[in-house]
Structure formats: structure tokens, C-alpha cells
Design a protein around this ligand. Structure first.
Ligand SMILES: Nc1ncnc2c1ncn2[C@@H]1O[C@H](COP(=O)(O)OP(=O)(O)OP(=O)(O)O)[C@@H](O)[C@H]1O
Ligand SMILES: [Mg+2]
Length: 805
């Protein structure tokens, strides 16, 4: 009975909502009471037993809190002192007595009266309790030591208490933590648990204090270092002054250099200005380094230095001949170009652009031109350049800014009239940082490039005497505006015979020299070179051929070192695999069986002419056309056109009118990761799909190329020579080509065209007649629906005569 009463014992007290503070038992706290309702609650308490209930309000900014905006657990306190201030506020000092939980709250009198249940849980003595008390004591001692705002002596004295609950409350009251956390501690009635929580909080707070201390230490150290540097700098200046040289002398020297550099008027003014600025700056400051760098760049680019241009055309011709085999047309064109440049004083002609697959000699022709004209040679690869700033530089205000590549290369050239080769113009791309091709356009435009603006240099620079040459592997990705300025010279790739000649005359010598060998040590039989070209390389140019020759030279060099200078080796087809390992390429394509849905196309990719198998398969579906194998947009369009053609010819192909509604067609052009694009795959795609639909195999020994129109006309294509060379390399001898390309036959070396059986066609119908293994059998019972179909049915396949040369 007594127990029950004790449990439910309640008391009635006036209540004061307090803000921004949580009052704990055993704690003396002064505060000022201002709200009228609070003053009245206070007055009532003072009139009675001086007990008041203090509870914290959720939100300190609320002036008139509702009962549900006040925490339910607070502290019953004794008012120790109260003092009415002149402004009507009352200053009070309270002493916390015990926890209390609100049972009910009313504000009928205009202030709060609370019925409160006191809470006074005590801890049972246990070893666990002793342990946590010890832990808290030691943590708190460390905490006070670290903390700058708590007085060590008073704090340590304050916590010398034997009652665990009281210990926890005393520490909680003194922690610098948030109101929420404090309230949680107040609401934690079990003293042991409360102690544990206090210990955890102390741990965390101590961590924070430690971090703070470290940061402060670091800041202090940094300040010390800066001061030290300043002191040393000043000292150094004093020493330099003492020695009579130093800055002044250096600046004078810079001035002399600027005057001697032959800059443009603008540039010289700018440089002098910068020099003045530099004089004012502390010599070791970051700013002066930036300024100095700028002046150095201004001095480093060639302003007046030129190489004397050789005007001897005969010598130029001789040099071009010396460096390159074949390429007759190109060399001729280059010589014409040089001649014109010679005659016109201020040539504003187009820019030369060499286009062709890798390793056909574009770069090396550029070097030859430099040699022939007595100019320096520099080369800039534009592959992957995406940012205008790479061409034009960054403004000096950027940290670490530098001039763009054009100016950097001019510095490298050291003369203002070098041959400047811009490699891979087609691989330049564009993104949000501005369009580099626009900047390049300005570089190449003779109307503008005498006043080229680099962001870093910040003065106009004259590029008009530079001999620019561009190179590209393919043209279709070169920005059209750029292409407009260029005179395109195509290097198509070499035939096998040409490659053998190039190897004999240039590559072998070059590699022998590079590896310290002579003809005495190593010779190549002609047949070995042919085998090398056929079985170890598959390329339009000679780069891999050169690489394989280098490979052999290195191996032989090693043997010479080991076996002595007496070694003599002749490379023959027989010992080739000993030197280079197993054969890398074997032309087996033409030997395989004819297959349904597999047609062989001839493409012109970045690596030169290539044969590309094109596969089509059918699946049940609803008319989707899927393309895979890295195909470009134009190729996708070709596929659509091919589909339209086939649908318009459904009758002749013996297909129901709506055959495509129930089918999905998947078109795949394998051959690795080479991006493929261009319209010339049109007839190959149409052939592959037609074959898949009619189930008639395509001849494996036929390759084809040509653009297709919706009506099935075959349009001309580019790169015929490269394509024919590729087919020839691979051993395919029957080739279907657009009629309009017949004129290009003149370009094809006779020894190649002799081997080939060429069909020049005008329509897709002709293509199918040649490429499919057997004619399409239209169902004889059904009369041809259209005149074209009738013609198709009548015409005899054998009337198609191959054109042979
Ligand atoms: N007609 C040729 N006569 C002699 N050597 C040649 C000929 N064509 C190419 N070469 C040699 O082949 C090698 C590769 O040529 P180069 O580097 O000029 O190729 P490229 O066309 O610039 O290729 P890429 O497009 O990869 O830059 C060089 O060593 C070059 O001298
Ligand atoms: Mg090159």
C-alpha cells in the first residue's frame, strides 16, 4: 500500500518554461525571468514553499509555448535568491533538487501550474557500477584538461561525489553539448545508464577537442613558416644588394633581350609594360614568377628569325625523289605547289592536306618538303584535341596557364617560317569548352593568321609565313569549313610490288643503319619480302612492314654480337617463320563455302581499303532492323535504303508483300573495333538481306561496293583504288562496282587489274544476278505484277558479261 502511494506520489508546483538551457538536479543556475506569465509563476512560488518546476521548451524562439511544446521531464528547483530588476525583469538563482515528470499542466490562471511526479532512481552498488564511475571520472578529468573553458580545480572538486546519479548530473550540466543531448540525459532515469551515456559523450567530445587542437597547431606552424620565408626573402634581397647584382641586373638584361628580340610594336610595348610591373613586385612572390614566365614566353617565340628558303626547284625534286618511292602524282603536285608559292610573293593559296591510311608516307612527305624548301619541321597531333584552349592557350589569369600548342610549336621550331604539320585533323573533336576547329580555321586562314591571337601571349602573332600541311586518315569527319581551305592530296596505299620496292630501297637500309648492320650481315630475298608482306602484314601503307623488318634486324644484330661480325644471313621465305614466328595473316576468305545472308563488301576505313563481311539474319518479329558492329549514321541510312529497295522488289524476290511485318532483321558487320561509315556498303547490305530472305547463298568469291538508292540504282563510291587493292590482297578476284566508277580504272595499276574480273553495274538487280549463287525463282504461276518485274523475269543472267582487263 505504502509502495503504491510512493509510486504515484505527485506534487503541485508553478511551472516556468525555460529556453536554451536544461537545468539538472544539484545544480545552481542563475537566470533572468522576463515573460509576464513566468514572473507570475515565480511570484506564486515565492509566496509559497519557494519550489518551482523548470522544464525546457522545444523551441527557444517561441514566446508563448503551448503545453505540448514543452519537454515533459524537468527539474523541481528551490529558488535560492530573487532580485527584481528596474526594467521589471526578475533575476533568480535556483538550485535543482530532483527530476520530475509532468502528469498534467494547466494555464487557467495565466501561467502554468504543473502536477509533477518526482523521479529519484538510485543505483544498486555493483562492481559494474564501480567500473563505470571510474571510467567517467578519468574521462572527465582529461576532458577538463583539454577544454579551455572549464576551470580544472573547481570542476574536479565538483565531481568528488559518491552518489553515481549525482555524478552523472553534475558532469552533464557542465558539458558543452546541445540542448537536445542534455535533455536526453535528463530523461535518462537509470543512473547507471546515464553514467554510461555521459562516458560516451565525453569520448566523442574529447575527439572533437583533439581535432581542434591539431588544426590550431597546424595553423600556427604555417604562420611561422610564412614569417620565416618572409624573413629569408628580405635577407636575400639585402645580400643581393650588398653584392651589387641581383634583381636590377637581371631586369636590365631582360630589357636588352626584349629590345633585341625583334618583336612587333605591340608585343614590345606589352613586354616593356610587363617589365615595369615586374620591377614593382617583390622578387620571390608568386606574382613575379607568373610575370617572369610570361616575359620568357614572349622572348622564346621566334619574332624575326627565319631560315633562308631554298629556291632551287631541281634540288627540291631530287629530295622528294630521294626520300620516297612512287607517289608520282603526289610529288608532281607538291612541286607545282612549291613553284606557285615561289612565284607569288605573298601566297594566299590553299593549305595542303595529305589524306590516306596509316603508314603511306604522309608525315615523311611533310619532312621531305621541309628539307626541300630549307625550312624547319614541326608536327602537332590534333588527335583528341577537344578544347579551344589547347590550340589557343589559357588566359594568364589562370594558375599554371600556358600558351596553346600552336605557339608552343612555334617556339620549338625557333623560326617563323617552318613547315608545320597538323596531324590527324579529322580526329579533333568538340565539347563544351569551345570548338578547336574554329581556332584552327583562324590559324590556317591567310586572311587572318598574320594576326593570330593566343590567349596567353595576348599579343598578335604572325603565322603567315608558316607552311601548314594537314594530314588525315579519312576526310568525312574533317569539319567542312576546314576542308574548304584545303587542297586535298590522296595517298591511296601501295600495291605489293610497290611495297617490295619501298622495302628494298628505303626501309631495309634505314633499319640496317638503325641497328648497326650492313648488307654484309643481312640481305632479303625478293620472295622473302613478298611473303613478309602477304603473311605478316595486312595494311595499305608500309608501317608494319617497316616494323617487321626492324624486328628481323634486331634479331640479326643480336646474333652478330653473339657470333661475331662474320655472320651472313639471307632472309628467305623458308627462314622467315624462324625469325618472326608463325604467319599472322592467311588469306582463306575466298576458299570458304557460299553462305546465305553473308555478303562481302569493300570498304575504305581509316586503315585503308578493307574487305568487310556483312551478315544478315532473320528472326520472327515485327519489322525491326537492328544494326551492330560500330556502324556510323550514314551506314545506318544505307541499311534503311536497302530495306526500302527490297520491299519495293518483294515480288521479284518471291516474298509476300508484307513479309517484313513478321520478321526482325539483324545486320552485323564484324571486323573488330574499326568504326565503319560511308554509303558504299549499300549494295552489300542489300545483297546480304536479299540472300537471307530468299535463302539463296551469296558467292564467296565476289566482293562489292556501291551506294544504293531507294529505287535500286547503284551510285558511285570513293576510294576505288584502295578497295581493289584490298580485294586483291585478300585474294578475291570478282568485284562488283558502280558503273560511274569505270572512269577510275585508269588509276589502277595494270598488274592488279589484269588479275581482277570487274563488273560495272547500274542497278541492284544486276548486283543480285551476279552475286547470288543462283537466280531467284519467281513462282511461275504468278504473273509478274509490275513491268520491272517482268523485265527481271525475262532477262537472262548469262547476258551479263564481265569486264576484264
Ligand atoms: N613511298 C615511300 N617511300 C619510302 N618510304 C616510305 C614511303 N611511304 C612510306 N614510307 C615510310 O613508311 C614509314 C611510315 O610513314 P609515315 O610515318 O609518313 O606514315 P603516315 O602516312 O604519316 O602515317 P600515319 O597516318 O599513321 O601518321 C616511314 O618510315 C616512311 O618513311
Ligand atoms: Mg603520320
Amino acid at each position: 500500500m505504502l509502495m503504491g502511494r510512493e509510486k504515484t506520489e505527485t506534487r503541485k508546483h508553478p511551472m516556468l518554461p525555460i529556453r536554451d538551457v536544461v537545468i539538472f538536479p544539484y545544480m545552481m543556475t542563475p537566470f533572468v525571468v522576463g515573460r509576464e506569465s513566468s514572473v507570475r509563476a515565480l511570484e506564486e512560488a515565492l509566496a509559497g514553499d519557494k519550489r518551482i518546476f523548470l522544464a525546457t521548451q522545444h523551441d527557444a524562439s517561441v514566446d508563448d509555448p503551448k503545453p505540448n511544446e514543452i519537454f515533459q521531464v524537468g527539474t523541481i528547483a528551490n529558488i535560492v535568491q530573487s532580485l527584481k530588476l528596474p526594467d521589471g525583469n526578475v533575476k533568480v538563482l535556483v538550485e535543482g533538487l530532483e527530476r520530475g515528470k509532468i502528469v498534467s499542466l494547466n494555464d487557467e490562471e495565466g501561467y502554468f501550474r504543473a502536477i509533477v511526479r518526482p523521479i529519484n532512481q538510485k543505483a544498486e552498488p555493483s562492481s559494474q557500477l564501480d567500473a563505470v564511475v571510474a571510467r567517467v571520472n578519468s574521462l572527465f578529468e582529461q576532458y577538463v584538461k583539454l577544454s579551455q573553458s572549464l576551470n580544472y580545480e573547481t570542476m574536479i572538486a565538483a565531481v568528488k561525489v559518491d552518489e553515481p546519479g549525482k555524478l552523472a548530473d553534475t558532469i552533464a550540466a557542465n558539458l558543452q553539448i546541445g540542448i537536445e543531448e542534455k535533455q536526453e540525459l535528463l530523461e535518462c532515469f537509470d543512473p547507471v545508464e546515464r553514467l554510461n551515456r555521459v562516458a560516451d559523450i565525453l569520448d566523442i567530445e574529447m575527439e572533437k577537442l583533439n581535432v581542434d587542437r591539431n588544426i590550431q597547431g597546424r595553423v600556427k606552424r604555417q604562420m611561422e613558416r610564412a614569417q620565416r620565408e618572409y624573413y629569408l626573402n628580405e635577407k636575400m634581397k639585402a645580400i643581393q644588394k650588398e653584392l651589387g647584382r641581383g634583381e636590377k641586373a637581371e631586369l636590365d638584361e631582360l630589357k636588352k633581350k626584349i629590345e633585341a628580340a625583334g618583336m612587333t610594336k605591340d608585343a614590345e610595348e606589352k613586354a616593356m609594360q610587363e617589365l615595369k610591373r615586374l620591377e614593382m613586385m617583390p622578387p620571390m612572390s608568386a606574382e613575379s614568377t607568373v610575370s617572369r614566365n610570361y616575359l620568357e614566353w614572349l622572348l622564346a617565340v621566334p619574332w624575326k628569325k627565319k631560315t633562308r628558303e631554298s629556291r632551287d626547284m631541281a634540288r627540291a625534286e631530287q629530295i622528294l625523289e630521294e626520300d620516297h618511292y612512287g607517289l608520282e602524282k603526289i610529288k608532281e603536285r607538291i612541286l607545282e605547289f612549291l613553284a606557285v608559292r615561289r612565284l607569288v610573293r605573298d601566297p594566299k593559296g590553299p593549305i595542303l592536306c595529305f589524306v590516306g591510311p596509316p603508314g603511306v608516307g604522309k608525315t615523311s612527305l611533310g619532312m621531305s618538303i621541309a628539307r626541300a624548301t630549307g625550312r624547319k619541321f614541326v608536327r602537332l597531333s590534333l588527335g583528341g584535341v577537344r578544347d579551344e584552349a589547347e590550340i589557343r592557350g589559357h588566359r594568364r589569369t589562370y594558375i599554371g596557364a600556358l600558351p596553346g600548342q600552336i605557339i608552343q610549336m612555334m617556339k620549338k621550331a625557333g623560326t617563323k617560317n617552318p613547315v608545320f604539320m597538323l596531324d590527324e585533323v579529322e580526329k579533333m573533336s568538340m565539347d563544351f569548352r569551345g570548338d578547336p576547329s574554329a581556332a584552327l580555321l583562324e590559324v590556317l586562314d591567310p586572311e587572318q593568321n598574320f594576326m593570330f591571337q593566343d590567349h596567353y601571349l595576348d599579343v598578335e602573332y604572325d603565322l603567315s609565313q608558316v607552311f601548314f600541311i594537314c594530314t588525315a586518315n579519312v576526310l568525312h569527319t574533317v569539319p567542312p569549313a576546314l576542308l574548304d581551305r584545303m587542297e586535298v592530296l590522296r595517298l591511296t596505299g601501295y600495291t605489293q610490288d610497290e611495297k617490295v620496292e619501298i622495302a628494298k630501297r628505303f626501309l631495309i637500309k634505314k633499319q640496317q643503319q638503325a641497328n648497326g648492320l650492313t648488307d654484309k650481315h643481312l640481305r632479303f630475298a625478293d620472295e622473302a619480302l613478298v611473303a613478309l608482306i602477304q603473311f605478316y602484314t595486312r595494311e595499305a601503307g608500309v608501317r608494319n612492314l617497316e616494323r617487321e623488318i626492324a624486328n628481323i634486324c634486331r634479331k640479326v644484330a643480336r646474333r652478330v654480337v653473339k657470333e661475331g661480325q662474320g655472320l651472313q644471313l639471307v632472309v628467305t621465305p623458308e627462314n622467315l617463320s624462324e625469325l618472326l614466328g608463325v604467319i599472322k595473316f592467311r588469306d582463306t576468305l575466298a576458299e570458304k563455302n557460299n553462305e546465305v545472308g553473308l555478303a562481302i563488301g569493300l570498304a575504305w576505313t581509316e586503315v585503308g581499303g578493307q574487305i568487310l563481311s556483312t551478315e544478315a539474319t532473320l528472326m520472327d518479329g515485327k519489322g525491326r532492323l537492328t544494326l551492330t558492329g560500330k556502324l556510323g549514321d550514314v551506314m545506318q541510312e544505307s541499311a534503311q535504303a536497302a530495306m526500302s529497295y527490297i520491299r519495293s522488289r518483294s515480288e521479284q524476290l518471291n516474298l509476300s508483300r508484307d513479309f517484313y511485318r513478321r520478321l526482325d532483321i539483324h545486320l552485323h558487320v564484324p571486323e573488330g573495333a574499326i568504326p565503319k561509315d560511308g554509303p558504299s556498303a549499300g549494295i552489300t547490305i542489300a545483297t546480304a538481306i536479299s540472300s537471307a530472305l530468299t535463302k539463296i547463298p551469296v558467292r564467296r568469291d565476289v566482293a562489292m561496293t556501291g551506294e544504293i538508292t531507294l529505287r535500286g540504282k547503284v551510285l558511285p563510291i570513293g576510294g576505288m583504288k584502295e578497295k581493289l587493292l584490298a580485294a586483291h590482297r585478300t585474294g578475291i578476284h570478282t568485284i562488283i562496282l558502280p558503273k560511274d566508277n569505270e572512269k577510275d580504272l585508269a588509276e589502277i595499276p595494270a598488274n592488279i587489274s589484269r588479275d581482277l574480273k570487274l563488273y560495272f553495274v547500274e542497278t541492284m538487280d544486276e548486283v543480285l544476278r551476279i552475286a547470288l549463287e543462283r537466280p531467284i525463282e519467281t513462282i511461275s504461276a504468278r504473273a509478274p505484277a509490275t513491268p520491272i518485274a517482268a523485265e527481271f523475269a525475262r532477262e537472262d543472267v548469262s547476258s551479263q558479261e564481265p569486264l576484264t582487263h
